[in-house]
Design a protein. Structure first.
Length: 190
């Protein structure tokens, strides 16, 4: 376990120190949760186009449950494991670039990585039959948001990777539940 931690620390320092002041504004923008609002509005439009009003409202309930699940699970893990964030870890913070607005105490696993990957899997699979490009686009977006957490100095790669796995699984599960519920409620499949 100590070897995994050391590898995570080394990989973090390598990836975090790839940054430069030139690119800092881009990564700070990308890591900010409010910067994705235009993307969410566009996805909402595509969902409405495919499912209509009732299907969109049903999908919004599923998205709300998905985000709540990833967020609350991340909180359980953070307080259960109490793993210090790199920006608060002695021996690491002195060697890293910290450009985030705030640090926080604990960071296992990344809720940003989990929620973006969950949403990418859920919405990407939901809309894939109508918009072939949407799934790979959303996966790339989720990967970039995950990396942004390393770049700004608040998560280790292991935190982000765990967030991707957990979020991806929650997104797949919610997509399956959505499909099943949609068929039962609306008496049709998509």
């Amino acid at each position: 376990m100590n070897q995994l931690k050391e590898l995570d620390y080394e990989l973090y320092l390598f990836l975090n120190n790839l940054g430069s002041e030139t690119y800092d504004p881009f990564w700070l923008f990308l890591t900010n949760k409010w910067s994705s609002i235009p993307l969410y509005a566009f996805l909402l439009f595509l969902i409405f186009k495919k499912f209509g009003l009732k299907g969109t409202l049903y999908t919004l309930v599923a998205v709300t449950l998905l985000i709540t699940a990833t967020d609350q699970l991340a909180n359980v893990f953070k307080h259960g494991f109490e793993r210090l964030r790199p920006c608060g870890q002695e021996g690491i913070m002195e060697q890293a670039r910290f450009i985030a607005v705030r640090c926080g105490s604990y960071g296992y696993f990344s809720a940003h990585a989990a929620s973006t990957m969950a949403l990418a899997n859920f919405v990407g699979l939901l809309l894939r039959s109508s918009f072939k490009w949407i799934f790979p686009f959303l996966i790339v977006w989720a990967l970039l948001v995950g990396y942004s957490r390393i770049y700004v100095g608040v998560h280790y790669p292991g935190d982000v990777l765990t967030g991707f796995v957990i979020g991806g699984l929650i997104g797949l599960l919610m997509q399956w539940l959505h499909r099943f519920g949609y068929a039962k409620i609306f008496k049709e499949t998509y």
